[in-house]
Design a binder for this molecule. Structure first.
Ligand code: F6R
Length: 240
């Protein structure tokens, strides 16, 4: 795992946006794997700035998001669909038909998981997958447990994730209890993975990434089997 240690959130966002921008400039028809949450917001803002400055063209780019709450309507301002539009898609020229997010409004979540998994597997492989990391070490919504899932699946969010995400909702009770998420196998199919982490709260999870162990109790440790992972993190996440 390659490490890029940054002073702060701004530098982390800068470095991540640079990696994505290099790819988009080189391969106009590339595929990006995207995450939501607070971590990548600065990265997305820098990509928007570069787009506005005429440096980037997203018209040939395809995107796949990691996850979506279930059940949730895409118009709900807490949905990841809404988040992506507000924080990135509404501000760049990516084509609607090239954007893929699990459908939180699907009637049959099992069917939706199969559809999404099939779509990821039959499309061009993800060139760069952006990941955040949960305080509990989750990636996507692959929560710690006795075992992990290989493919896209519906999952119960853990108490830790529900309380970490309560900051985005009026109360903890409003946080959806389930999500549809790419599985570990789906994520590991990406050619390159960029894991972003900032802030002291992520220190324990990041420390577990930097030792030898792989455990389903800290799902991000599964990234150690991939041969092209860059960890871009700030000093607080790295040193605690
Ligand atoms: C979001 C996702 C999650 C987040 C993680 C960190 O699409 O897959 O794994 O990346 O929960 O969230 P933040 O960035 O809000 O700390």
């Amino acid at each position: 795992m390659k490490l890029i240690l940054c002073k702060n959130y701004e530098e982390m966002s800068e470095k991540a946006a640079f990696e994505i921008a290099e790819l988009v400039k080189k391969e106009s028809k590339c595929t990006l794997g995207l995450a939501t949450g607070s971590t990548p917001v600065g990265t997305y803002q820098r990509l928007i700035d570069m787009y506005n400055g005429g440096e980037l063209d997203f018209s040939g780019v395809t995107t796949f998001n990691l996850d979506e709450y279930y059940p949730i309507n895409p118009d709900n301002d807490q949905s990841y669909d809404y988040f992506m539009r507000k924080n990135l898609f509404d501000h760049i020229n990516v084509k609607k038909e090239n954007v893929n997010i699990p459908r939180g409004s699907a009637v049959d979540p099992g069917e939706e998981c199969n559809r999404y998994e099939e779509l990821v597997r039959t499309s061009n492989p993800v060139d760069i997958q952006i990941l955040g990391i949960g305080v509990n070490g989750h990636i996507g919504f692959n929560e710690p447990g006795e075992y992990l899932h290989a493919s896209t699946h519906i999952t119960d969010l853990t108490e830790s994730t529900i309380s970490a995400n309560a900051r985005f909702f009026e109360s903890e009770d409003d946080v959806p209890k389930k999500a549809i998420t790419m599985g570990i196998g789906t994520i590991l199919r990406a050619k390159k993975i960029i894991l972003l982490a900032n802030g002291k709260a992520k220190h324990n999870a990041i420390s577990a990434l930097l030792d030898e162990k792989i455990t389903s109790d800290i799902p991000a440790t599964l990234l150690k089997v991939h041969n092209n992972v860059i960890l871009i993190c700030d000093e607080e996440a790295y040193y605690g």
